[in-house]
Design a protein around this ligand. Structure first.
Ligand code: PLP
Length: 433
């Protein structure tokens, strides 16, 4: 496999950017080797700077549910941009995307567009604090909500303790406003609520946690936190930046049938352009400026090109059978690979929800918490990942990240990829006996 062009580009990039990248996971630190520089993508495929072709299961970390450069999205971007890319004033395109979402998503009544998932989560937290007049946030170990100060926090020692920052540059005073509890643990959650009763503004959760593996929660747990939030006057924030429009148009809210108080979106909502959003009831959203006292703004918020791209993508998701087909393809990929792993006796499991999947070097039938992820996962994922690259299959370069199947993946792509995954497992386990 040729890598000369990617290597040369990375050497140059290191002169410009910290670590040679503009977002850390792209640096291939956890799998080793040189990051691949991409040149173009179409449908299920991407091509790198050396001309290597891959079936892409990273899909830009989730946004590309239709695959790369779908005609309808490209057409929407080009035709909208040709009329002007930004006005800093309202446009028709914002209404169109909002209408499409609100009339097909029964869990929110009003929405505010921002430019990233981080901004969506950050603004949702501020809204919850503004509405409740309280400061503290409960988050769950292993959930990621973007690089928001209050949420880039890890657990202190012991259960239900105040958090400590997980990045330099975050004052401990901010981190102390956040309580970190394990996922899927009713007792730890109840303890935290009890201990900080009356101070908690919001419980923030990825209802389908997909940033440290795919830690599928028990519906009972999610329903429990819903009930407790209602009882305690705490707002429940579903961070659906990954799960939104992915496991169904109504995301995890629809999947579990749970009404959150605030929902954060990103990724798919922008059709591959930088868009995020948060939404809630009309009453809660009336607290957002200029209607209410919670300030939040953005020069490029509701950018017409991004709105048009998002609308073109979301329209396709509303076609009958769209999600069923995606789910079937993902199920097929996972079951073929799992059958091979089982036949060979490998300690390995493929988890999936809808079209999100995770390759896990675990024997457990369910992995629901961070501390249940086997310690050697990263070590085993590295050779697995590199073998797949050689076979022309691209996964995100970290064993703690999930993969995505897009509508552009054909049955043949899935069959090819399943075989490649099986061979990659044989290789990985032959190296690590
Ligand atoms: C659940 C979740 N929330 C928030 C974010 C942050 O979104 P962005 O990277 O667009 O800022 C991410 C990013 O991966 C995410 O997965």
């Amino acid at each position: 496999m040729k890598m000369e062009a990617s290597k040369a580009l990375f050497e140059k990039a290191k002169r410009y950017f910290p670590g040679g990248v503009n977002s850390p996971v792209r640096a291939f630190k956890s799998v080793g080797g040189t990051p691949i520089f991409f040149e173009k993508g179409k449908g299920a495929y991407v091509w790198d700077a050396d001309g290597n072709q891959y079936i892409d299961f990273c899909c830009s970390w989730g946004p590309l549910i239709l695959g790369h450069a779908p005609d309808a999205v490209v057409e929407a971007i080009v035709s909208t941009a040709s009329k002007g890319s930004s006005f800093g004033a309202p446009t028709r395109e914002e209404n169109e995307l909002a209408d499409l979402i609100l009339s097909n998503h029964k869990y929110i009544e009003k929405i505010r567009f921002v430019s990233s998932g981080t901004e969506a989560a950050m603004s949702a937290i501020r809204l919850a604090r503004g509405v409740t007049g309280r400061n503290k946030v409960i988050k769950f170990e292993g959930c990621y909500h973007g690089h928001v100060d209050a949420l880039l926090v890890k657990a202190g020692s012991g259960l239900a303790t105040l958090g400590t920052s997980s990045s330099a540059g975050i004052p401990e005073a901010y981190a102390k406003e956040t309580i970190v509890v394990p996922l899927n643990d009713i007792q730890a959650f109840d303890e935290a609520v009890e201990k900080y009763r009356g101070d908690i503004a919001v419980v923030a959760i990825e209802p389908i946690p997909a940033n440290n593996g795919l830690l599928i929660q028990d519906g009972v747990f999610l329903k429990h936190i819903r009930e407790v939030c209602t009882r305690e006057g705490i707002l429940l924030l579903f961070d659906e930046v990954i799960s939104g429009f992915r496991v169904g148009f109504e995301g995890a809210s629809g999947y579990y049938g749970i009404q959150p108080d605030v929902v954060a979106f990103g990724k798919i909502i922008g059709g591959g352009m930088p868009v995020g959003a948060y939404g809630s009831t009309a009453e809660v959203m009336s607290n957002v400026a200029p209607e209410g006292p919670v300030y939040q703004a953005g020069t490029l918020s509701g950018n017409p090109v991004a709105m048009a791209a998002g609308a073109a993508q979301l329209r396709a998701l509303l076609q009958p059978g769209f999600y069923e087909r995606l789910n079937e393809m993902t199920e097929s990929l996972c079951s073929q690979v799992q059958a091979h792993a089982d036949a060979k006796g490998y300690v390995f499991r493929m988890f999936h929800v809808g079209s999100i999947f995770w390759v896990s070097f675990s024997k457990e039938k369910a992995v629901r918490r961070m501390d249940e992820i086997p310690e050697n996962s990263g070590k085993l994922f590295a050779p697995f990942h590199h073998f797949l690259l050689e076979k022309g299959v691209y996964l995100g370069p970290s064993g703690y990240e999930v993969g995505f199947v897009s509508h552009a993946h054909s049955n043949e792509d899935i069959t090819y990829a399943a075989r490649a995954f099986c061979e990659a497992l044989d290789y990985t386990f032959s190296q690590n006996q």
